[in-house]
Design a protein around this ligand. Structure first.
Ligand code: PLP
Length: 495
């Protein structure tokens, strides 16, 4: 055990201090009422400044991040986020704004909203956007509220069902349920795409719409989207686009041109902003022309004299989904990202991400099971090891347990790589979902491929190496369920 494995409370030594403040000349005048005073001093750790600095610096180095190593986490797009975006978002003029300031004092910020709405509309083929939702899932809910409002205001009250593919991200059915809509599942075919034959009988006058991700959660482009859009529109439904996988399509293909009516983007995935661990995020929702009046309020408008204002005209609006206009810092990073890349280069991100994903897929498919062999977009899914090392005796009993996807993921940590997404999507029992993103060098991709091959060889030879991994990470295998459900977040003083 290294000394910094201790909690800061365990480092405490009676009487040790990091900083001492002289007595305050104002102490008497600011004296608190007797009944609010503690009866005894709080049990704070007593440590020196250098101990505090080392403790937290060492803790920070036990973590893994995009800034420390390759992070091929599929579905989440853990891309490299240019530092200039952080600097811009941290500029005083932006950072010190207050959402209740009068519009005339925040014209620059409102112009950023307005220009960002124009940029995203151009990139997606939508007519307008709201930036109020603070995450992708929040955007889904907002989009479905717009869908529901559209049907309700037309007096079309029967449309209470939303179709969701079986490959969908879990937030899709969850958002539909929160919105009070019933979920109907459409199956995937053997190619991993929405099965049009399975979809047809589901369509009717009770369908509010369909939610689709394209490329879908297997990283595959839904080639039949034109036909699907035609069928759904014909039955009176709307098409919702989950834009979490927009990264490979930016500047290349527009959801509006595919036939989608409503969509969200995850600015924190496709348009820069470090994320994970719960935020910050931004899930702007875009809509086609006829749905613009249903967008939530408040919204930013440009007046005839060229100045900007915030309006709350909610005659048809689906309502309010946020306290204010949304997560401004994240929108700002996305705007900086788009402007620094420019019209020409913004398309390169998708091309490089797609190339990197296909390169890894082709380089590893002789040691990992590849259930769907077609060309992928920015990510793809393996279904575990080809040879997991399991051995059976002649009578069929298990002689040696094979290595699982979890074991592969844990072993990767020993080599300094973050694990890919595992056990998602649910279509494959041993799913390993790899997304390399666009900014990784060929050397990094090759190093990852080499390690993945080495792990596959280890599994075939002696799966125990994987089963006991990680061997050199700060901790080995925590009980993940208990850690998530009953976390111990407070020092438990045994004394
Ligand atoms: C991440 C993701 C979401 C949810 O987005 P959050 O910003 O995490 O709420 C929805 N759908 C897909 C396909 C995703 O990858």
């Amino acid at each position: 055990m290294k000394y910094y494995d201790k909690l800061i409370f365990e480092l405490s030594k009676e009487g040790r201090t990091g900083y001492s403040l002289g007595s305050s000349p104002f102490a008497a005048s600011t004296a608190l009422p007797e009944n609010l005073l503690r009866s005894e001093a709080p049990a704070l750790p007593q440590v020196s400044e250098i101990e505090v600095v080392r403790h937290y610096t060492n803790l920070s180095q036990m973590n893994f991040g995009v800034d420390t190593g390759f992070y091929p986490l599929g579905s989440c797009t853990m891309k490299y986020n240019p530092k200039i975006n952080e600097e811009i978002a941290g500029m005083k003029g932006f950072q010190a704004l207050h959402p209740l300031q009068p519009a005339c004092t925040v014209q620059g910020a409102l112009e950023v909203y307005y220009n960002m709405e124009k940029s995203l509309s151009a990139l997606t083929g939508m007519a307008g956007f709201t930036f109020n939702p603070c995450a992708g899932a929040h955007g889904e809910l907002t989009g479905l509220m717009i869908m529901r409002q559209y049907h309700l205001l037309r007096g079309d009250l029967k449309r209470t069902k939303v179709i969701v593919p079986d490959s969908a991200h879990g937030t899709n059915p969850a958002s539909a349920a929160v919105c009070g809509l019933d979920v109907v599942v459409v199956k995937s075919n053997a190619d991993g795409l929405v099965d049009v034959a399975d979809l047809k009988p589901l369509l009717g006058d009770d369908i509010a719409g369909i939610m689709m991700t394209n490329p879908n959660t297997l990283g595959l482009f839904e080639k039949e989207i034109g036909e699907i859009a035609g069928l759904v529109h014909e039955c009176g439904g709307l098409l919702y686009y989950d834009g979490a996988n927009m990264n490979p399509l930016i500047g290349m293909v527009r959801p509006g041109d595919m036939g989608f009516d409503i969509m969200h983007l995850n600015l924190h995935k496709s348009f820069s902003t470090p994320h994970g661990g719960g935020g910050p995020g931004s899930g702007p929702v875009g809509v086609c022309e006829k749905l613009v009046p249903y967008l939530p309020v408040p919204k930013v408008v440009r007046k005839e004299d060229g100045t900007f204002d915030v309006v709350c005209n909610d005659e048809k609006s689906a309502g309010q989904v946020s306290g204010f206009l949304g997560n401004f810092g994240v929108i700002l990073r996305g705007y900086a990202y788009i402007l620094t890349l420019g019209k020409q280069n913004v398309k390169l991100a998708g091309k490089f991400a797609t190339l990197a994903a296909n390169y890894i897929k082709e380089s590893l498919k002789d040691c990992y099971k590849l259930p769907i062999p077609s060309i992928c977009k920015h990510e793809f899914v393996f279904d575990g090891l080809l040879d997991d090392g399991s051995r059976k005796a002649d009578d069929g009993t298990v002689e040696r347990e094979g290595a699982t996807t979890l074991d592969v993921a844990k072993r990767l940590l020993d080599f300094g790589f973050h694990a890919p997404t595992i056990y998602f999507p649910l279509l494959f029992h041993q799913a390993i979902m790899i997304e390399p993103t666009e900014t990784e060098s060929l050397e990094t991709l090759d190093a990852f491929i080499e390690v993945m091959r080495k792990i596959a060889a280890e599994a075939a030879e002696d799966p125990a190496i994987l089963k006991n991994a990680p061997h050199n990470a700060p901790i080995t295998r925590p009980d993940e369920t208990t850690a998530a459900r009953q976390p111990v977040l407070k020092f438990q003083d045994e004394a």
